[in-house]
Design a protein around this ligand. Sequence first.
Ligand code: HEM
Length: 338
Amino acid sequence: MAFKILASLLAVYATLQATNAALTRRVACPDGCCPLFDIVDTLQSEFFDGGECGEETHESLRQFGGGGADGSIMAFADIETAFHANGGIDDIVDAQKSFIAAHNITLTPGDFIQLAGAVGFSNCAGAPRLQFLLGRPAPTQASPDLLVPEPFDTVDSILARFGDAGFSSDEVVALLASHSVAAADHVDPSIPGSPFDSTPSSFDSQVFIEVQLRGTAFPGTGGNQGEVESPLAGEIRLQSDSELARDSRTACEWQSFANDHAKLQSAFASAMAKLAVVGQDTSNMVDCSEVLPIPPAANTVPHIPAGLSNGDIEQACATAAFPTLAVDPGSITSVAPV
Ligand code: HEM
């Protein structure tokens, strides 16, 4: 008898749990965020290969950096994907357009691009959960050319460009944490998928460490515009990242991320929240951040890659020494394309 009561209590408990889960979903989105849960699930299963921090994630996230806040890159794709700085972005724009059509998604292009970028990013181990605000109107015109920075631009011009949009030099450095989960297809077209650090599926400090190491060779053909030598076979280094790591205005902030994951997460999340609403009136937007998945915990420890040492760091910050880091005891001295 006691067993029967216990069994039925457990059954009631299980039913309540299930109902609660359903209710939490509904109650947690009183402002029109509910339909996004299904879109997020479909994005994860069909677009991000079951929730990977892979190529689609990297490309979707890049659209943030590519001036994607209003979605004009999707609405005026013919014009904007032809801009030099948007090289290679047409693939992800086309893939997202097909996804929207196939699933009858009614979000505006700006909302969809931001949602997809934030969902994809949530698949990267160590990522912070980003903010997602819903309510960007449909774009009415294409963005002008030459707004998106190029890897061969000077630090002066990069800081000025971001400054015009309201970003400080510290925020520019924080945004470049995105290059922790990134690769280049077009900087050296002979080696597509070359990552910027040795851990392109983890949101971590490795890009801030590895860009500060002395560059010794080109991973591919060399002599490409916007590329400088990197420290690891298979790893590509942007000239802009290299210069920002060594400029007196940005070097100390760059270095500060080398072994401070908590700061990396919070500074990146704040700067991304700002980037995601550039040009938008946030008083007309609804906070639907709760629809974003919770990212997996960090799975790397800041380190110097095997075969190199702390002595290979090119000290650039004048007021503090680069932190001493553990050297990877392994034997992996090259990076595979992603
Ligand atoms: C100084 C400013 C920046 C410059 C010069 C720059 C430049 C570049 C370049 C040249 C590539 C390689 C594209 C290719 O060859 O396929 C790239 C990739 C990428 N960038 Fe940036 N970027 C900047 C800022 C940003 C920002 C602010 C974000 C995001 C918030 C971002 C996210 C990414 C991502 C995720 C990729 C990888 C794309 C992929 O793997 O397909 N970048 N960036």
